[in-house]
Write a protein of this length. Sequence first.
Length: 116
Amino acid sequence: MTEDDDPPGEISQLEARIEELAETAESCRKFILGSKVAIGGGVALLLVAVFGLFGVGLSALLGSIALMLGGVVALGSNVSTLRQTEAGIRAAEAMRSELIGRIDLREVRDTPVKLM
């Protein structure tokens, strides 16, 4: 190991990056769920508007279409972001494993246990 190598420091940086990416992934999952709810709500509102239930008008029809389109766009965007984030997590975990494997660990034997 050279003087510039600092595997423990790099490992801690990678762990912080993994935590940051995990938070991003969780946020994407929440937005994906919200997008699916928006799409479902848009479909329900569209059906209500098409069948003329509850006296809704043209504005409800247009709103349902906008809700579905917005949900689809948000869903697609967050799914791709989630995939990229998960790929980043896998890469960082692989690098962390490699760095841990490079650390020269030594076995400690016959150390006395001191209670006081």
